[in-house]
Design a protein around this ligand. Structure first.
Ligand SMILES: Cc1ncc(COP(=O)(O)O)c(C=O)c1O
Length: 331
């Protein structure tokens, strides 16, 4: 299925970080009659997994082709993207600088601990906007003789998001082999690359899937043009411009803000851990699951269908004190 299409497209080079397709797990939760599947990108091979490995396959290949000798990226202190960038940099024997907002942490837990174990240098930029700090640090390292490669927030440029263009077809192939048909795809949305990759790939289907992105941060009005631009850029990198199919963005599950759990997300995280044995991220994937639960319980449907929630990882964040303290309130 789509083999000829995929073989004909001019994909940029990538380094292998995936080790094969990630598993699909049928949920035991009974939120309605639909079949709910988890696409387990939390089980990608390295550094405790997550969606960023698919992006790093392309981004790190570009870094190597440019003979970079330093990787720089940024993110929140519990960034899953920063953790996986640190781990893959270490595996490639490249030093890595992670730029985080605020002050240097006093407690090294969750992803921050793993960043340190991976040998990353962590630079806190205080009140300075992250993008400005990254440019400043990159220029400073250049003047010291380094040749840095900068990865954008969340690895979400067109090149990195290409990873989710490929992932979409991986899912379709697996579902076909298993004898079921996905109709709705949902995922959490931060910097938009994951959703954009899926939306770009959906453009090739004669009958596109319903795709729902659950925002953990920005409003739907802010996100929509970002996703569209990224998806169009992916298609033009592949020299195959074609019209995008409609997609949905749900922004009513953000709660008090980025990085802050909600009662629904914390309860969904615990329910899934107890029922399906899967650990979600408290502020990315758990908000996505809370949205899927709401959709299944409240949306009238004509017939049962197969829904896939893309588990983009992030479990290690539960070992951050703020997050586990919150979660313990619901146990
Ligand atoms: C666990 C997890 N899920 C989803 C996302 C969102 O992915 P994207 O930034 O591609 O929108 C992130 C982003 O960092 C994440 O860490």
């Amino acid at each position: 299925m789509f083999t000829a299409l995929l073989e004909s497209l001019p994909f940029p080079p990538r380094i292998p970080l995936m080790g094969g397709p990630t598993p699909i797990q049928k949920s035991r939760l009974a939120w309605n009659d639909d079949s709910l599947y988890w696409k387990r990108d939390d089980l990608t091979p390295y550094g405790l997994g997550g969606n960023k490995l698919r992006k790093l396959e392309f981004l790190m290949a570009e870094a190597l082709s440019q003979r970079a000798d330093l990787i720089i990226t940024s993110g929140a202190s519990q960034s899953n993207h920063a953790r996986l960038t640190a781990v893959v940099s270490a595996m490639l024997k490249l030093p890595c600088v992670l730029v985080i907002p605020g002050e240097i942490p006093t407690e090294w837990n969750g992803n921050l601990l793993l960043d340190r174990l991976a040998g990353a240098e962590i630079v806190a930029c205080g009140e300075e906007p992250l993008d400005k700090a990254v440019t400043r640090i990159s220029n400073a390292r250049k003047s010291q003789g380094y040749h840095p490669y900068t990865i954008p927030l969340g690895g979400s440029n067109a090149l990195g998001s290409m990873g989710y263009f490929l992932a979409f077809f991986e899912l379709l192939k697996q579902a076909e082999e298993q004898g079921w048909v996905p109709r709705t795809l949902a995922c959490s949305v931060g910097s938009a690359g994951t959703l954009a990759g899926l939306v770009a790939a959906n453009a090739f289907l004669p009958q596109p899937l319903r795709i729902v992105g659950v925002s953990v941060w920005q409003s739907a009005d802010q996100l929509r043009p970002q996703v569209e631009t990224l998806a169009i850029d992916i298609l033009s990198l592949l020299h195959t411009p074609c019209p995008l199919a409609p997609f949905e963005i749900a922004d009513q599950f953000i709660g008090p803000g980025y990085g802050l759990p909600t009662q629904e997300s914390s309860e969904a995280l615990i329910e899934c851990f107890r029922t399906d044995g899967i650990l979600f991220d408290p502020v990315y994937t758990a908000k996505g699951v809370a949205a899927v639960k709401h959709l299944l319980q409240h949306e009238p449907r004509k017939c049962p269908e197969a829904i896939v929630f893309w588990h983009t990882g992030g479990g290690p964040a539960v070992f951050d004190k703020h997050y586990y303290t919150d979660l313990l309130r619901y146990t």
